[in-house]
Design a protein around this ligand. Structure first.
Ligand SMILES: [Zn+2]
Length: 219
């Protein structure tokens, strides 16, 4: 389950990862916290249609928009509860959220909200009407800042899908895939000796039961 503050955030940071997980047969959902109504470009209706197109490209199981107010995200129960509800109903194995440092304050707030929601999801007395469930993993994808990745996912075979999913947001990109984004993903790819990669940060140490298998299997 991938969270973003705005309707194109997940595509920018983790479009290749999402496309790859879908292709591997996993159910993948994107949850956008706002409709991006404060964006300088594109109307809410246009952005809704663009998100729908991107969701088809990425073969999502579903996409939901929580319609929280753009530029007014904050870590309060009013916003935490619907997120916790979604996590508990769908019980995803992995959550992804924006990296906790970013020049856009909404991305930072989204990161904080998902971190808090991830923790509260496991609490028996928070929203007691739904059984608690805390996903085992919470990883953070990069939007504007890219540092200290805990791992890089090879997305070379899915980069065309990533590009298509980003460009589906035509009001934001006007048909031009950003050079800066491609350069960053090439840089992440270079770190694992592949063409394109997407990096993810983690606040926890990642368990690896058999390091040898990382080299035997195609990453
Ligand atoms: Zn954004």
């Amino acid at each position: 389950m991938a969270f973003g503050a705005h309707p194109d955030d997940v595509e920018i940071g983790a479009g290749g990862f999402v496309a790859k997980q879908s292709a591997l047969g996993h159910s993948v959902a994107i949850v956008d916290l706002t409709k991006g109504e404060m964006s300088s470009r594109g109307t809410v209706e246009e952005r809704k249609q663009e998100s729908k197109k991107a969701s088809e490209v990425l073969s999502l199981s579903f996409r939901e928009n929580l319609a929280f107010p753009d530029r007014h995200l904050s870590v309060i129960d009013e916003y935490l509860k619907p997120i916790v509800k979604l996590i508990r109903i769908h019980r995803p194995s992995i959550l992804i959220a924006p990296y906790w440092i970013d020049r856009h304050p909404d991305h930072v707030k989204c990161s904080e909200l998902i971190t808090e929601a991830h923790f509260s999801s496991g609490l028996l007395k928070f929203l007691p009407e739904i059984p608690p469930y805390r996903p085992p993993f919470l990883f953070y994808y990069y939007i504007n800042k890219a540092e200290g990745a805990a791992f890089v996912c090879d997305v070379s075979d899915y980069y065309e899908k990533k590009k298509a999913s980003v460009l589906a947001h035509d009001s934001q990109f006007a048909g031009r895939f950003p050079y800066s984004l491609e350069s960053r993903d090439r840089y992440f790819g270079a770190q694992i000796r592949t063409l394109y990669g997407e990096g993810f940060a983690s606040k926890n140490v990642l368990p690896i039961s058999d390091p040898v298998s990382l080299w035997r299997k195609k990453r």
